[in-house]
Design a protein around this ligand. Structure first.
Ligand code: GUN
Length: 292
């Protein structure tokens, strides 16, 4: 039976560590770190994520601001808001919640963010620094995953790591981080995606599998090897007859994989809370360094 990579527990520890740091900052008369978020449109999942980020800030003593816009906001208006946040010395970091409405040029919006305040680590300057192993903000989900592996003393050096999905938010940065020097890191990485003809061929030989697919119960026990470390980034609402009317499903068929894996993340309570904690970590980094 696999042991649990308990993201909820570790995220609480990290939040507690940050809370203590914030208390020290404010006790010495300085203002608290301040995270802002921009939310465009009515995407239910995005609204929920952003609200939970605001709640996290309150919990650990950060200031937070949320700027909401209708989905028909012009690109120009959004760029003006970004410029304002870039220039506001009271705001240490901010995020633009993705996805943006389809009509918007996402890359142009991300490029407008001051890299020193880009606590998502999405700006090409920060992404490039990450790839070159320079100090920078790491995207919150991959940062959360490497922190989780680190806190559980999982060795990644020399391991075969297979990542499923090549999104800009998870898969792509994850593949870079696992292949970078250090531990976590020093893995031999295979990045699989929708054009990979036989994913199983790779997952069967993987010591570590990280799935970020959004395809409920995709990864079955017969696709993994004995003792593999399984990290599930997927979180999809699946309708059922329960009181809530739905449940949250990961990409991993947990019931079968937990019998074969050595370590596994639950959904919910695995990667999700780690992502939230790492955004706070990046914000305090931005506060302490006035950006990187
Ligand atoms: N959408 C899903 N995950 C994220 C994230 O980590 N940051 C932003 N800005 N948008 C997201």
């Amino acid at each position: 039976m696999a042991q649990i990579l308990d993201g909820l527990k570790i995220s609480k520890e990290i939040k507690q560590e940050i809370k203590i740091e914030v208390a020290k900052i404010t006790a010495s008369g300085n203002r608290a770190p301040h995270l802002a978020a921009i939310l465009v449109g009515e995407n239910g999942a995005s609204k929920a994520y952003v609200n939970s980020k605001v709640k996290d800030c309150a919990e650990i003593g950060f200031q937070s601001s949320l700027f909401k816009f209708a989905s028909d906001i012009s690109e120009e208006e959004l760029l003006d808001k970004i410029k304002e946040l870039n220039e506001n010395p009271e705001i240490d970091g901010f995020i633009v919640q993705l996805p943006l409405p389809k009509e918007m040029d996402q890359e142009k919006i991300i490029m407008a963010i001051n890299p020193k305040k880009d606590v998502d680590g999405f700006h090409p300057e920060n992404f490039g620094k990450m790839a070159l192993e320079m100090e920078t903000f790491l995207p919150a989900t991959p940062f959360g995953i490497i922190t989780l592996l680190e806190r559980y003393n999982i060795t990644t050096e020399g391991k075969n790591c297979v990542i499923i999905g090549r999104s800009r938010i998870v898969g792509k940065p994850m593949s870079i981080l696992m292949g970078r020097k250090g531990n976590p890191g020093n893995s031999t990485v295979t990045l699989t995606h929708s054009y990979t003809t036989d994913i199983e061929e790779f997952t069967k030989n993987a010591d570590i599998v990280i799935t970020a697919l959004g395809n409920p119960h995709f990864l079955k026990a017969e696709m993994i090897k004995d003792g593999a470390v399984i990290v599930d980034v997927g979180i999809t609402r699946v309708e059922n007859d329960s009181k809530k009317g739905y449940y949250l499903a990961g990409d991993v068929d947990y019931e079968s994989c937990e019998k074969k894996a050595s370590w596994i993340t639950p959904v919910p309570g695995g990667v999700g809370p780690m992502t939230r904690a790492m955004l706070l970590k990046n914000t305090i980094l931005a506060y302490n360094n006035s950006g990187i």
